[in-house]
Structures are given as C-alpha cells and as structure tokens.
Design a protein around this ligand. Structure first.
Ligand code: SIN
Ligand code: MN
Length: 199
C-alpha cells in the first residue's frame, strides 16, 4: 500500500518481516565498525537520538556546527553502504544518483526529532529515502516554508518514505515513538535509515 503524505511517498511494508530481521543484522555490522554516538547540537544540547552512518559521508553535529563529514567523530572512516540498503535506493529512487550517505538514527524511549528540513545536501533534485525499523514512530510533515498545517502518520517497521520532487524540502520530524510496540529490536526502540546524495 502507498500513501501520499503532503507529497511524501510512503510505501507501507516495503520490507517484509524476514527482510527486516536481515536489515537489523546489516545495521549491527555497521554499528560494530562505526559505533552509535549521542550528537550534541551547536547550541550544546544533547540530541535524543543516537546516530551513526555508512557511506562516503556521515552527518555530524557538535560544538563546531553541523555538517557532512568523511569520518566518524572517533576518527574512523564510515563503513561502505551495504548492498541490501543500496537495493532499496535502486528500487524506490531508480533515476537518482548513487547515495553517498546512509544516516542511521536510533530512537530509544522518549527520543524524538523536531520539525526540520534536510538541506545540508548540495543537490535538492536528489531525493532522500527513509526506512523505518522497530517501534512505530509518529512522522509529521509540514510545508516547504516554515509554519502552516501539518499532517502525521505512524511509520511502522518496514515502511519506506521518499522525500522527493516538490516534497524534497518539506519540514518533517518525529513527534514520538511507541516504545515497545515492535519486537524486532531486542531492547525495543526505533531505527531510521536515511539515504542521501550529499555532493
Ligand atoms: C530524519 O528526518 O532524519 C529522520 C526521520 C525519521 O526518523 O523518520
Ligand atoms: Mn530529516
């Protein structure tokens, strides 16, 4: 089933339960090479999500600001984006350039992400693809300009969302998660992958 949420294309159940388990193993391997860390905003506030990444670039934030960066805050290069993740991009974004970043966010109990735009990338023609795994998350979509009406949808494990075309720069965020609503992750929580073209 597909949903159009203010121009954001949501594909429900893009990954079946078996593929979701495999994807968690794939992400575990990334996190072994590049551990999750707790980002701090330039204003000095700890973000509630934990992050890591794969690909040429990861997105980092610290006292110096936020930016795409070729290495993990601990100094190691990010691992390559694994094939099962690239396959999602090829399926849902067939006309786009190859992704250069797979950002991985982990939402534990109480974690959220405020409304924001993804605009640190150089080429807004290229879409952003997100995959949700684990607990349900309330995804909110607003407008390209700040303010105005918003609508939300509970993203579930296996759902893909594509921010592309006129919806590439919409404000979006995650209000809250239903901690413990899925049994995919042993300690519960939600993982969100986003694939991006950075340059
Ligand atoms: C993000 O905007 O980077 C994450 C969106 C999500 O967690 O669904
Ligand atoms: Mn975003």
């Amino acid at each position: 089933m597909e949903i159009d949420l203010r121009g954001v294309r949501i594909v429900k159940g893009a990954l079946d339960p078996v593929a979701q388990v495999d994807m968690v193993d794939t992400i575990r391997a990334i996190a072994q090479a590049a551990p999750f860390y707790q980002p701090v905003t330039p204003g000095g506030r700890q973000m509630s999500v934990r992050m890591t990444a794969a690909g040429q670039f990861g997105w980092v934030t610290d006292a110096k600001g936020y930016r795409y960066q070729a290495c993990h805050p601990d100094g190691m290069a990010w691992p390559a984006i694994p094939d099962p993740i690239l396959a999602l991009w090829e399926k849902y974004c067939p006309n786009a350039r190859s992704p250069e970043c797979c950002l991985i966010n982990y939402y534990g109990e109480g974690a959220r992400m405020g409304l924001h735009q993804d605009r640190d990338e150089a080429d807004f023609i290229q879409p952003v693809l997100s995959l949700s795994l684990g607990d349900e998350g309330m995804f909110r979509v607003g407008n390209v300009v700040r303010g105005g009406k918003t609508e939300s949808h509970w993203l579930q494990s296996g759902d893909v969302a594509v921010l592309g075309g006129d919806a590439r720069l919409v404000h979006h965020g995650v209000d809250r998660i239903r901690f413990g609503s899925s049994s995919l992750l042993p300690k519960s929580g939600r993982i969100n992958l986003t694939l991006r073209v950075v340059t």
